[in-house]
Design a protein around this ligand. Structure first.
Ligand code: CTP
Length: 404
């Protein structure tokens, strides 16, 4: 997909700059031509020589180099590429882009280009969440600049949070998507995905929950985002990393999941992959329940949690055009799943066998059946990522067919 594409890689001054080196290798393996512009700050982190060796092309650093200007003026440099990629996009570089400054080669090239620009931000969490950076981000997005990341994680400054640059493979995927709009059939659509378990407190320290790892739901959100959908992922507590390119809403309880899902409407697509706890404790004490010595164990009255899938499938809310539920079954899978589809009122249901022998919970693979008005489709066992990809493709096809 990247064969003979020309990428102008602008390497900014941040600790994540070293990942630009691996990115160049990944891009070249796919047949792309990479030409680098290295900022003065970037040169504090990686050398022009490394970039030149890996890209096998000249590295541009200076705006006022007579030789560079005679061989390749900065305007040409910005126009000869198919895509400009800024790795890492620092807070400073984003601010200068947003305000239209042209005080070095990188910012001048970015201002002079008529090509698409993809930025890959990386910075300290406080710098990222600062109102100034967020305002610059909004300005850049409104001008059509594409953005991938950042993600949450440990940072070089010993802090933890949102601001870590996405990994080179994710940047490659974003570059491929940016260069092939036809690979984004869900562009302009909005999707809500629920994922993971919910956690229902018994008292301030104990809770009821379940085995869901969130792997399948998170993979579906990532796949829908890759196909161009604006994706909101409402997730219970999981140890999965936040998928690239989705808006995360983290919740604990079923009631919070319902509120977050309703707040995210309207949407074209909803995929309810969460394993919502069906019950919660009716009266939750504010203090930890103590063991009465030799006394009987406590008894709890449970009340039913709201059913998120059923609520959005009924007409009283702005019903998404396509609603996909999951059916986790341990017996009579297809019959139970079909009945569940009717009962909850969703359009499609993905049935999977969660009996312990199948080892579905927490595993990387899944064996599913897709039930719709068109009948039952049984998919071979595949990774959860592949199930997500196939489901996202089917969703895209559904909207394409509906538009024809
Ligand atoms: N679901 C939901 N809200 C709930 C319970 C389930 O949105 N309170 C959704 C799940 O996300 C899934 C579908 O409903 O898409 C079916 O979930 P499942 O656990 O298989 O079924 P239950 O409704 O819990 O029914 P049962 O436990 O009787 O099988």
């Amino acid at each position: 997909m990247l064969q003979d594409k020309r990428i102008l890689l602008i390497v900014g001054g941040g600790i994540a700059a070293f990942k630009a080196l691996e990115l160049i290798r990944r891009l070249r393996e796919r047949g792309a031509h990479v030409r680098c512009v290295l900022t003065q700050a970037g040169a504090q982190f990686v050398t022009a020589l490394s970039l030149q060796s890996l890209s096998e092309d000249k590295v541009y650093t200076d705006m006022f180099s007579l030789t560079d200007e005679s061989e390749m003026g900065h305007i040409q440099l910005s126009r000869q590429a198919d895509l400009l990629v800024v790795v890492p996009a620092t807070a400073n570089l984003m601010a200068r882009m947003a305000s239209g400054m042209a005080d070095d080669l990188a910012s001048t090239v970015l201002l002079a280009t008529d090509k698409k620009v993809l930025i890959v931000p990386a910075m300290n969490v406080r710098m990222w969440t600062h109102a100034a950076t967020q305002a610059n981000l909004a300005t850049l997005k409104a001008r059509g600049v594409e953005v991938v990341g950042p993600v949450e994680g440990a940072m070089a400054c010993n802090e933890f949070g949102l601001g870590r640059m996405v990994e080179p493979n994710d940047i490659v995927a974003a570059i491929e998507a940016a260069l092939s709009p036809q690979a984004r059939p869900l562009a302009g659509r909005r999707a809500i995905v629920t994922s993971g378990p919910t956690r229902e407190a018994i008292d301030p320290v104990r809770y009821i929950s379940n085995q869901s790892s969130g792997k399948q739901g998170h993979a579906i959100a990532a796949a829908l985002a890759r196909l161009g959908a604006e994706t909101i992922l409402v997730s219970g507590p999981v140890s999965q990393p936040d998928p690239v390119g989705v808006r995360m809403v983290k919740i604990n309880t079923a009631q919070e999941m319902l509120a977050a899902t309703l707040a995210a409407l309207p949407a074209d697509i909803a995929v309810c992959a969460a394993a919502v706890a069906d019950w919660r404790v009716a009266q939750r004490p504010n203090a930890k329940i103590k063991k009465a010595l030799y006394g009987p164990p406590p008894r709890f009255e449970l009340v039913a949690n709201p059913d998120i899938l059923a609520t959005i499938s009924k007409g009283d809310v702005a019903r998404p055009k396509l609603i996909v539920g999951f059916a986790a079954e341990t017996e009579a899978m297809l019959d139970n799943a079909q009945a569940k589809r009717k009962r909850k009122g969703c359009d499609w249901i993905v049935a999977n066998d969660v009996s312990p022998a199948m080892g579905t919970f927490g595993s990387d693979s899944n064996t599913v059946h897709l039930l719709s008005d068109a009948g039952i489709e049984s998919w071979p066992t595949m990774t959860k990522v592949a199930v997500a990809e196939q489901l996202a493709q089917r969703i895209a096809q559904h909207f394409q067919q509906a538009a024809e």
